[in-house]
Design a protein around this ligand. Structure first.
Ligand SMILES: [Zn+2]
Ligand SMILES: [Zn+2]
Length: 338
């Protein structure tokens, strides 16, 4: 489709407006400083580097691979409270308990995912599995969100390569919608919604960025952010707990390739938020859930012009200029070698 059109996102049940003719509009608005890769291997002032002192007085061990700990400035506290009936049916509030953890990818202050070896990324995936498994043992936890904000543009407070885990007693909004859409598709067809999407994407081919035996990275048909991608396992399973060692290695390989392509695209330490979307826990059967990852990068043109989700996007629906097909082509053409 070449003209202005809108596309349906069956996973989040939202439309996105696509205006391909608009990608050449002149830009006189805000520009950003190009993001630089951190230059030093160890920063004595970094609270994540090995051996350093943290805000709560603990000293980090001299870790050699991954390292995780309870966030010293947690947004959630692990003290579930009773949920009394709400005082108002309209202005509702309820207690929320949860856990926030910090997941360091490695001891080196400058070795971000795009600069890690595939084996180092595999150890991060194994950390995700250990953290998800351990957190799911807490019976009142129902949702576990693992994510990373990379770069100042995404609000990262420290350049040391790390992700976070936030786990909550309720299931947050985005996960509620994706649970619904996947379970509805499963009940209607006995197929995974994302496996069916993947079959169509592979037949079309034009939005695939890279693929291997077990995983595919693609710009979704319904992408909102200019260079948004999804990473999908070919096999249908709900979380990294069910992933085989071969799938761990394949996920590490595709994450390495995708993040190197991102950095090469505008020759910058490409900013993004990424996250794992996994089945809720302690919440009954989740047959429709198909594990996947979303990458949401804000850059639009070069390393200095970002996409803003403002006015029309806030009030009506998201809109994009460059088509998902053009974005995928740019990412396929970007270098995949460090
Ligand atoms: Zn550091
Ligand atoms: Zn998702």
């Amino acid at each position: 489709m070449n003209g202005v059109h809108r596309r349906w996102n069956p996973l989040s049940k939202r439309w996105v407006l696509v205006s391909p003719h608009r990608s050449q509009r002149p830009w006189q608005g805000q520009t950003e400083a190009p993001a630089q890769h951190p230059a030093i291997d160890y920063d004595p002032a970094c609270y994540l580097c090995p051996g350093n002192l943290r805000a709560n007085g603990d000293r980090n061990p001299n870790y050699a691979t991954t390292f995780s700990f309870e966030n010293d400035f947690a947004a959630l506290l692990p003290d579930p409270q009773p949920h009394p009936p709400p005082a108002s049916a309209i202005l509702r509030a309820e207690p929320e308990a949860g856990i926030c953890r910090v997941l360091c990818y490695g001891p080196h202050h400058s070795v971000t995912m795009s600069r890690m070896t595939v084996a180092q990324i595999e150890s991060v995936i194994q950390l995700w599995r250990r953290e998800y498994t351990e957190t799911a043992k807490i019976q009142w936890i129902r949702s576990i969100q693992i994510f990373e904000n990379r770069g100042e543009m995404m609000g990262a407070s420290n350049p040391h390569p790390h992700g976070q885990l936030w786990a909550t007693e309720s299931i947050p909004g985005e996960v509620v919608i994706e649970t619904e859409s996947q379970n509805e598709h499963w009940q209607a067809t006995r197929h995974s919604l994302l496996a069916d999407c993947l079959a169509e994407e592979e037949a079309a081919g034009e939005r695939i960025v890279c693929a291997n035996e077990h995983f595919v990275a693609l710009v979704p048909f319904w992408a909102v952010w200019p260079f948004e991608t999804m990473v999908l396992p070919r096999r249908h399973y709900g979380s990294v707990i069910e992933q085989t060692p071969q799938e761990d290695a394949a996920l590490a390989a595709i994450l390495s390739e995708l993040t190197v392509r991102y950095d090469s695209l505008f020759d910058t330490a490409f900013p993004y938020s990424f996250g794992l979307h996994q089945s809720p826990v302690n919440s009954g059967p989740q047959d429709g859930w198909h594990f996947h990852m979303h990458f949401y990068p804000p850059l639009l043109r070069g390393s200095t012009v970002r996409k803003f989700l403002v006015g029309y996007e806030m009030l009506a629906q998201p809109q994009r200029d460059i088509t998902p097909e053009a974005a995928a082509l740019r990412l396929r053409e970007a270098g995949a070698i460090r």
